[in-house]
Write a protein that binds this ligand. Structure first.
Ligand code: FAD
Length: 458
């Protein structure tokens, strides 16, 4: 007899969801967390960053109150107060997850867990036997070799999210989702932002047209961007950072108050005994099979640690999968091509599936349909005219290969596109749906209609 059916290591979105689902399925479950319930997402990631971004969005809306016929007096933005709001939201949500674990009869231990062998885990000197282990220890910001994070001038997202100060001048290294979100946040509060990306476009994983549209928008806001550019030197002197950029041999030097390093993640694989579970490590991440198993038997690795798609909802979906697999429900393997992606600057970016280039490179015969928010009634009533929806369909069957959105609150429009993909729906079906009028989601219908030259309102 084992003490537990499942020991879950880590209470981030992957771990706490796996624990709840396992317990719901009648498995005796222990969840272990060494820091704070909620992991990166709730404490230092998704939730505080989205709260800060909402503050910035409100600030920008108030700045253009005149467009709506509303006169406001002197606008004074208090970042520290907005920061306080982000910590309050974090506190509320982490408490909520704590309650969810209790409600679902998940046993919880505070402490660092170590895998002694695939059937035994030690927490603070106490040993627990278990039939299964789910490792969900997440990841931390990746720091390029030779860069020292001092927390004052040079920061990662962790120090930045816990700071109540907006720097006057900031360089952001890395224009993925985190870099782009901080660029929008700081610029909104008056920083002079320089965004540096070694790839040829900002948001390198997104569709080229979406990236170009965001670049145009950021340029208008005053954000300076350097793509195909690396940082060849970073020196800290007298409370300032000196950055040297190298753009295909051309050098440029400038000074900033703060440098934010946003160059990806490093999985937390140290001191967890993962080697005692016969794990294979590939590029630093724990390799898993199609059932998310590390050792083919009873040790699973879910979330950021397995290097598949480092997003909170993917970690949660993997947590549910692992729990159901342990319970013998034979769940369907996850379709990683159908995982939604979202970036919360303004305009927001939302996407699912293949970009136009990826679809063409894979040999699909592609039909693209686009429709701008400028031609949508609801967007005009809200005075949120920026952006468009781009649908990538298979030319003969109408299969929805990908969808790429840029505009106000477009992350809220992703659901129907996920559902269409999950149900193997087509662009014809998307185009045929009757939408409430006026609504922003009419733009998806029109973009789908445009893939077969039938858009009505353009
Ligand atoms: P984590 O959330 O990292 O949790 C792992 C937990 O394991 C931690 O609490 C850690 O303390 C614990 N742990 C580690 N070792 C041990 C041990 N030995 N014993 C016990 N516990 C241990 N994703 C999105 O989907 N949307 C977003 O908008 C978004 N925004 C982000 C913004 C920022 C600034 C950052 C940094 C990330 C963002 N992410 C976002 C990514 C998201 O936070 C991660 O994908 C998600 O947190 C991964 O979940 P996880 O459960 O795998 O790991």
């Amino acid at each position: 007899m084992s003490d537990y059916d499942v020991v879950v290591i880590g209470a981030g979105p992957g771990g706490y969801v796996a624990s709840i689902r396992a317990s719901q399925l009648g498995l005796k479950t222990l969840c272990v967390e060494k820091e704070t319930i909620g992991g990166v997402c709730l404490n230092w990631g998704c939730i505080p960053s989205k709260t800060l971004l909402r503050n910035a969005e409100i600030l920008n809306l108030v700045k253009r109150a005149g467009d709506f016929g509303i006169t406001v007096g002197n606008i004074r933005a208090d970042y520290a107060k907005g920061f306080q709001r982000s910590r309050e939201v974090v506190g509320r949500l982490t408490k909520g997850v704590e309650q969810l674990l209790i409600k679902n009869a998940v046993e919880f231990r505070q402490g660092a867990a170590y895998i002694d062998n695939p059937n035994q885990v030690t927490v603070s000197g106490e040993q627990y036997t278990t039939r299964n282990v789910i490792v969900a220890t997440g990841a931390r910001p990746k720091v390029p070799e030779g860069v020292l994070i001092d927390g004052q001038i040079v920061m990662t997202s962790l120090e930045a999210i816990l700071s109540d100060i907006v720097p006057d001048r900031v360089a952001i290294i890395g224009a993925g989702a985190i870099g782009v979100e901080f660029a929008y946040l700081y610029q909104s509060y008056g920083s002079k932002v320089t965004l540096i990306e070694s790839m040829s476009q900002i948001l390198p994983k997104e569709d080229e047209e979406i990236s170009k549209a965001l670049s145009r928008s950021f340029r208008k806001l005053g954000i300076e961007m350097h793509t195909s550019t690396s940082v060849s030197e970073l020196v800290c002197l007298e409370n300032k950072g000196r950055i040297t950029l190298d753009s295909q041999g051309t050098k440029k030097e400038f000074w900033v108050d703060r440098v934010l390093v946003a160059t990806g993640i490093t999985p937390n694989i140290e001191n967890i005994g993962i080697e005692n579970a016969q794990a294979h490590i590939t590029d630093g991440f724990v390799s898993v099979d199609e059932n998310l198993l590390v050792n083919g038997k009873n040790v699973y690795a879910i979330g950021d640690i397995n290097g598949r798609i480092p997003l909170a909802h993917v970690a949660q979906a993997e947590g549910v999968f692992a729990a159901e697999h342990i319970a013998g429900l034979a769940p369907q393997p996850l379709d990683y091509n159908a995982m939604p992606r979202a970036v919360y600057c303004n305009p927001q970016i939302a996407s699912i599936g293949l970009t136009e280039k990826e679809a063409t490179d894979k040999g699909y015969s592609v039909k693209v349909g686009k429709f701008p928010f400028l031609a949508n009634g609801k967007s005009l009533t809200a005075d949120e005219r920026e952006g468009f929806v781009k649908i990538v369909g298979e030319a003969n069957t109408g299969e929805l290969l990908g969808a790429h959105l840029i505009g106000h609150e477009v992350t809220e429009l992703l659901g129907e596109l996920s559902l269409t993909r999950a149900l193997d729906g087509t662009t014809q079906e998307l185009g045929g749906l009757v939408k409430a009028h006026p609504s922003a989601s009419e733009v998806i219908k029109e973009a789908a209609l445009a893939t077969y030259e039938s858009a009505l309102h353009i």
